[in-house]
Design a protein. Structure first.
Length: 436
């Protein structure tokens, strides 16, 4: 879930429209068979439990090496089960949607937020809740609530999360010290952020107080709505709420700063400079916690606090969900693998290898995201899970997000005002949400 992962997620906006057609083609997949306890004659002696055996394939976007220890542990428990792990590092949504359309999805797939609900709505995933209920040592209350509740539709659980990332405010201590500006605090507001950034910015020297806005990354901009007290959708994704004053004001606040090109570089100024925060050119960056991995090699001192707020403490969360397609032949063995993936010890091994918090609170007590030798405010990393909002997963996601992305781009480029643009597109988005 590092920055490359986030960038590839932006491509999902265009790819989802292609994939939506694939999903509809496979929506007629038969529902999973109900698992019934086999009827057996009453033995005179207790029979030996049959050792499960078989072969499954597990597909994920991130490196499979994060799960090497998990697989080793699983093989010791179930020596007759073979797990083939496969990474799809590029064009992930395109390939997964194509597999869904062809009915050739892997036995277990780790999918992103919009994908789990898209596939669930299309009837292409089995309900995992009966498996969860049958596990005596499985603790649903140990999971972070938002991650646990997200992949559920009409009481059916279509996926289980493992690791996740929340957006934080990273700051360059060296640039703050040079400008003699106090460091950010955990209760910073937008206005305090801007005030500090103005004192640090030296555009003529290609030094800015704030990183620029990633215009093509729609989900990133949702933070500007949420932190100002607005929402993008209602709870059941039947209405777009961007036409509220809070949404328009939140986005316009940052669009004006981008147009000013004083505390943050314009797209033209930033072109060709790479990651402005990683290269020490900006003092403040609002980014996902995957940035920590690269910052471990930074040549400047840095730290992190929660993102600044206007009216509410909110941020953006990213995760992925382990799912079992209805086309999986041995669903019981597939569940054994998922159950191992999200068990406390295996979840620690995976998230520690990836440098992220875990979906389980008990695992986070062991702080798998902490990197030895780096002094930082590590406790703010898991705290984001309690006030953050996951990437939304509306129906007809490709069409819905294309309408929004065009509007956000026009606003950030100074071509339209947020209030006018949102008033126009909100009914269009609502219509697309409700289209069957």
């Amino acid at each position: 879930m590092k920055n490359a992962h986030a960038l590839s997620r932006r491509k999902f906006l265009k790819l989802a429209a292609i994939g939506a057609a694939g999903v509809s083609l496979a929506a007629c997949a038969a529902p999973p068979p109900r698992v019934e306890a086999p009827t057996q004659p009453q033995p005179t002696e207790a029979p030996k439990a049959m050792e499960p055996e078989g072969e499954i394939t597990y597909v994920t976007h991130d490196p499979t090496t994060y799960r090497d220890k998990v697989k080793e542990r699983f093989n010791k428990k179930y020596p007759k089960i073979k797990v083939n792990m496969q990474q799809i590092p590029s064009d992930f949504p395109t390939k997964i949607f194509a597999s869904a359309a062809a009915g050739t999805l892997a036995d277990v797939v780790r999918v992103w937020e919009p994908m789990v609900l898209d596939f669930g709505r299309a009837g292409q995933l089995i309900d995992l809740q009966p498996y969860v209920d049958a596990e005596k040592d499985f603790r649903p209350d140990d999971f972070i609530e938002s991650l646990w509740n997200f992949p559920v539709i009409d009481g059916k659980r279509y996926g289980i999360a493992d690791g996740w990332n929340g957006h934080l405010l990273f700051y360059n201590k060296d640039l703050f010290d040079a400008a003699q500006v106090p460091y950010p605090t955990e209760d910073w507001t937008w206005d305090q952020y801007v005030e500090a950034a103005r004192k640090i910015s030296k555009p003529d020297e290609k030094i800015w107080g704030s990183d620029t806005i990633p215009i093509g990354w729609l989900h990133w901009s949702y933070k500007n709505v949420w932190q100002n007290g607005g929402q993008v959708y209602n709870a059941d994704y039947t209405e777009c709420l961007l036409d509220s004053p809070e949404a328009a004001e939140g986005v316009q606040y940052w669009a004006d700063l981008l147009q000013e090109a004083e505390i943050m570089p314009s797209p033209t100024q930033a072109e060709g400079l790479g990651d402005l925060f990683q290269t020490g050119r900006v003092a403040l960056q609002r980014m996902g916690s995957w940035a920590i991995a690269a910052l471990a090699e930074a040549k400047f001192k840095w730290d992190m606090v929660p993102e600044p707020k206007r009216k509410e403490r909110r941020t953006l969360l990213h995760t992925a969900f382990n799912v079992i397609p209805t086309t999986t032949k041995n669903k019981d063995i597939a569940w054994l693998w998922i159950n191992e993936l999200v068990s406390p010890d295996s979840l620690f091994d995976m998230t520690h290898a990836n440098g992220t918090p875990a979906a389980r609170r008990s695992v986070n007590e062991r702080k798998p995201w902490v990197r030895e030798g780096i002094e930082a405010n590590w406790d703010v990393v898991p705290a984001a899970g309690d006030y953050g909002i996951l990437v939304p997963a509306p129906p007809n996601v490709g069409e819905v997000e294309k309408i929004q992305a065009d509007a956000f781009q026009a606003i950030y480029l100074g071509q339209r005002k947020a209030a006018d643009a949102f008033k126009e597109i909100a009914p269009q988005v609502t219509k697309a949400l409700q289209r069957k």
